[in-house]
Design a protein around this ligand. Structure first.
Ligand code: FAD
Length: 427
């Protein structure tokens, strides 16, 4: 993964030297003429796929279309919300992604034509591809909540896409007075990072205990249960019995409406006027993964989990949060695992081999405090029927555990985070 850096500069781009149309034809035939794979999205899924494909299929040309936006990791961003980590420590430098066979395209993809195998960039130029891999993550839908919308996101911050919004939420938390009220609202699944809201609630409660000890935190949840809920609840009962309460859908926990002008939040039976309402909106696959009917109108993309090829357009693969891969959660860990399988399947097909068995894995760590964590883990196999959990692999941290085990799990979380960034971004 070393060698000359290749980033598509403006002049090269205008000259079109890297954008000569490729001959259409079968993948095998075009492989001989250096197949071209276009990957959209340079987050955990897209970057991991690009780097593995470059390694396993060195003759393949890869264009990694990652937009102009800077990228901050969501993992560990809840620590930034409580001021225990800087936003800059979450920012990923993506300048190491360009190599001899990876061309980084610092523009957003606008749409694509799966039959003509062309992808249009934001400035209307086109890339032709043999295979397209879409890894755009999520779009949030605040407008799905009555009274909410993009203009009200600063009033009801969610920071579910890390970045400056994370710092904004951190400032809003610091502005909450002692004796105040914080609301954290969780949308109905599926959404990015199933344990993420409860990790955030745990860390916010930890911060409130130290800095605003009389402030209450209420979780309004559109779901009736959640991942690792026995572990989270036991911790909350132990550490924050009077501070943190959870209301599920069956207990008037479903958010019905907000009023941005008043800053109020409404369920069926309660009207809240919180000092801070962190409203995590419903979500769907990033827009580019909803082009050409790829999401079947459901918001998320159905794939063959043996290769992560779309079930709608087999020349297009979808990985990471945008794909449906239940029971795998939408996590960075899962996204990287899917990226490896997708890259291996494409590399195998280009060289006329069968794709390897699709063995997938995930572990989601959740911080309870800055120094303690719990985890849920599972291994999976992609089959023609979908993703199946391998017997005996699904589990969580034990309910009863000494502090030393929770501290060790926080250490594992930090280790995973460092290695995931190294694998995806070459840091
Ligand atoms: C608070 C929080 C905590 C989390 N903690 C963890 C954790 O501890 N462990 C874990 O495993 N997961 C965690 N996650 C989940 C994790 O962040 C996501 O699952 C992961 O980022 C998904 O990777 P992705 O590549 O699919 O999407 P992303 O990481 O969002 O990357 C997608 C990229 O594609 C870009 N893009 C979108 N559309 C286009 C386009 N048209 N053209 C070009 N580029 C485009 C986006 O700008 C973005 O840079 C957490 C999430 C949150 C919100």
């Amino acid at each position: 993964m070393t060698g000359r850096s290749t980033t598509l500069g403006r002049r090269q781009f205008l000259a079109g030297s890297l954008l000569l149309p490729m001959a259409f034809g079968s993948v095998r035939a075009s492989a001989k003429a250096a197949a071209h794979v276009v990957i959209v999205g340079g987050g955990f899924a897209g970057a991991t796929a690009a780097r593995h494909l470059a390694r396993w299929s060195p003759e393949t040309r890869i264009s990694l279309v990652l937009g102009r936006d800077r990228y901050w990791t969501c993992p560990f961003s809840n620590l930034a919300v409580i001021g225990e980590r800087s936003l800059s420590s979450l920012e990923v430098r993506r300048d190491r992604l360009a190599t001899d066979n990876i061309t980084v395209v610092p523009l957003a993809a606008r749409d694509f034509d799966p039959l003509r195998r062309t992808l249009r960039l934001e400035d209307d130029r086109q890339l032709t591809f043999d295979r397209l891999v879409l890894a755009p993550g999520i779009d949030v839908m605040p407008e799905a909540i009555e009274g909410h919308g993009p203009d009200a996101v600063d009033t009801f911050p969610h920071a579910w896409q890390a970045g400056p919004a994370t710092d904004h939420l951190a400032r809003r938390l610091r502005a909450v007075p002692d004796g105040g009220l914080v609301i954290l609202s969780v949308p109905e699944g599926p959404y990015r990072c199933p344990p993420g809201p409860y990790e955030r609630a745990s860390l916010m409660a930890w911060w409130l205990a130290r800095h605003r000890p009389r402030t209450k935190l209420i979780i309004l949840d559109a779901n009736t249960s959640f991942t690792k809920d026995n572990l989270f609840r036991a911790h909350w009962q132990d550490a924050h019995p009077q501070r943190l309460s959870w209301r599920g859908r069956d207990d008037d926990g479903q958010l019905r409406r907000v009023d941005a002008a008043r800053g109020s939040v409404h369920t069926d039976f309660e009207d809240y006027r919180p000092d801070l309402a962190c409203i995590i909106p419903p979500q769907r696959a990033g827009a580019i993964a909803r082009v050409a009917g790829l999401d079947g109108g459901r918001g998320w993309c159905s794939v063959d989990p043996r290769t992560f090829a779309s079930t709608v357009h087999p020349n297009v693969h979808v990985i990471g949060d945008a794909a449906i891969a239940n029971p795998m959660p939408k996590s960075a860990f899962a996204a990287a695992s899917q990226a490896r399988i997708c890259a291996a399947a494409i590399a195998a097909e280009f060289s006329g081999r069968r794709p390897p068995e699709a063995l997938l894995t995930n572990t989601c760590y959740s911080l309870l405090t800055p120094e303690t964590a719990i985890a849920v883990t599972g291994s999976y196999r992609g089959t023609s029927e979908g993703v199946e959990t391998l017997p005996g692999t699904a589990g969580t941290s034990p309910l009863e555990a000494p502090a030393s085990l929770r501290e060790a799990e926080a250490g594992h979380a930090r280790g995973w985070y460092a290695s995931a960034r190294a694998e995806a971004f070459g840091e």
